[in-house]
Design a protein around this ligand. Structure first.
Ligand SMILES: Cc1ncc(C[n+]2csc(CCOP(=O)(O)OP(=O)(O)O)c2C)c(N)n1
Ligand code: SF4
Ligand SMILES: [Mg+2]
Length: 351
């Protein structure tokens, strides 16, 4: 495949993070997507989030399937590990990688075709197993790469570019993730970087399955009147339930909020999420109420965004399997073959 490498020149006074890296150190190759594609804005948000989190690029693995969305890992984090799987198979490859090496940060990037059609089963099982990962679906309601057929997330009665009406019910990835037991669920919009960057940061630091459905308009095939995934539609129907600030450690809250307007959630690793409430009664720690709220607002034609659910005490697949703290790929021969005495002991315990 041909590609254009980004020139390494940059302004000498670019801001550095705690590791001495600039934003440029988190970029990838030059994007070959259509100019204006929502997916490129999500790549930029991922770059910003990883830069701000001071992530060492070699400590992160980015995995994807097939689609314009799944091509994007080539356009960010050029110094990280990467694996481009078969269409819809990203979740199982990510699960295997995570089991083999629990020390890496896992970022799964997928499309609505990749995750809601061919990979729906894969998506479901990685979420219900609580694989520690930030799983982002770049949702444009079409198969962009294969020229704009409706995907399973296209809303019923929405229209294709040529005026064809979609008669099938849509799969709502957020409701599905909630039902499957995801311990972090958010929805955002590629055109809202202020909301998306802290959401990605919080998802990356979440222990367990963190899912973000990011509406990402396809300007080539799904940005017309009659589409419910266009820039105009999402801007007009976007209803944020909260605004998120993400802090590593106990940094003071600098924004001036009135009492009762914010709620702070501390995660396992000490990171703190401060949520400024927009919908007064919305409680992102109540799964059942979140599901009801989403269905109600969806029926009213709203695109609900923000941090929709979080379980700050979540456990992950390694907790469930009680795996050793040492990554499995670092265990030596002695650990893997402890000898006949140890085997006899195990067998005796099973009798
Ligand atoms: C096994 C298999 N089936 C079908 C295809 C054809 N195909 C390539 S990308 C794609 C859908 C991509 O849609 P989506 O995941 O929504 O990504 P987008 O391009 O919209 O970002 C399909 C059906 C394929 N590459 N492999
Ligand atoms: S076809 Fe659509 S999804 Fe693919 S790069 Fe172009 S705008 Fe983006
Ligand atoms: Mg798509």
């Amino acid at each position: 495949m041909t590609y254009i490498a980004k020139p390494r020149f940059h302004h000498p006074s670019l801001i550095e993070n705690k590791l001495g890296f600039t934003r440029r150190d988190y970029e990838g190759k030059v994007s070959t997507l259509c100019a204006g594609c929502g997916h490129d804005s999500i790549s930029a948000a991922i770059v910003q989030a990883c830069f701000e989190l001071d992530i060492e690029p070699h400590r992160l693995a980015k995995l994807s399937g097939i689609g314009c969305s799944s091509k994007t890992p080539d356009y960010f984090l050029g110094a990280s590990h990467g694996f481009n799987t078969v269409h819809g198979r990203m979740p199982s490859v990510l699960t295997g990688a995570n089991l083999a090496n629990r020390d890496l940060i896992y970022l799964g990037v997928s499309g609505d075709g990749d995750s809601a059609s061919i990979g729906l089963g894969q998506f479901a099982h990685s979420i219900r197993r609580g694989v520690s990962m930030a799983y982002i679906v770049e949702n444009n309601g079409v198969y962009g790469l294969t020229k704009g057929q409706f995907s399973a997330t296209a809303d019923k009665n929405s229209k294709s570019k040529k005026g064809v009406v979609n008669h099938d019910s849509a799969i709502d990835m957020v409701s599905l993730a909630l039902q499957l037991g995801a311990t972090f669920v958010g929805r955002s919009f590629s055109g809202d970087k202020a909301q998306l960057v802290p959401l990605i940061k919080a998802a990356i630091r979440h222990k367990g399955a963190a899912f973000i459905d990011c509406i990402s308009p396809c300007i080539a095939f799904n940005n017309h009147a009659g589409s419910t995934k266009s820039f105009d539609w999402v801007r007009e129907h976007n209803e944020a339930v909260n605004h998120l600030d993400f802090m590593v450690g106990r940094a003071p809250i600098t924004a001036q909020y009135a009492p009762g307007e914010t709620v702070s959630v501390e995660q396992h690793d000490g990171t703190v999420l401060t949520l400024r409430k927009v919908a007064a009664d919305y409680d992102p720690t109540d799964r059942a109420k979140a599901m009801g709220f989403l269905m109600e607002r969806q029926a009213a034609g709203e695109v609900v965004t923000g941090l929709l659910y979080i379980d700050p005490e979540a456990e992950d697949l390694h907790d469930a399997l009680d795996t050793v703290a040492t990554p499995l790929n670092q265990l030596g021969g002695g650990d893997l073959t402890p000898g006949s005495a140890a085997l006899a002991k195990i067998n005796a315990a099973l009798r």
